[in-house]
Design a binder for this molecule. Sequence first.
Ligand code: DC
Length: 214
Amino acid sequence: MIIAIDGTSASGKSTVAKMLAEDLNLVNLNSGNLYRALSLAVLNAGADPDSEAEIVAFVEKQDLEMDAADSICLNGKKIDLSLLRTPRIDSVSSRISFYVPVRQKVNVILRRFAQKFDVVCEGRDITSVVFPDTPHKFFIDADVNERARRRTENYNGDFNRVLEDLKKRDVEDYSKPFGALRIVEGATFINSTHKTPREVCDIIMECVGASHES
Ligand code: DC
């Protein structure tokens, strides 16, 4: 089984995917973490995120792996996922995810995983590019002010700055030449503005025909 979830930043999709993975015993594939892990490497190497040629050559040389527990290894070293949630990584990952070879590298890892395990995979192009053939497609969104409130809580940041950042990220996500965020035909749209992650998770479970026993 492949449950594919796309959605805007801070719409709650990562939390929901984690819940689904636990409830349905699926492997949780957080595609954003792979872009973020590559961004950490880019930052550490001092590579220029605005130079497509430099980033593509650099990323091609990186040995990126993900194991079943959603832990990521880069060049043989396990990455501390808590290092990946910073405004700097947000900004670099947003830029390098524009480059097609970077996207292809991430997609190969995701697809390889789904051949071996039942998965829930979330990101921006999962329903449209990575797993377009799965019947279980979902799109999660929420009002941008609510998303900024959630992100401010998580990052402990300034609300107005977070709000502006999110609006900028939305424009970038929707306008990528490849892998742009979009609602594909057949996807179930869920507005999470006034819903808890549990409520969103239950909607998805009902759609895929699974029931949650609390
Ligand atoms: O979901 P996230 O915020 O952790 O994603 C980090 C960045 O990677 C974000 O700028 C969007 C990008 N991304 C993407 O382009 N395609 C995906 N499938 C997942 C993330």
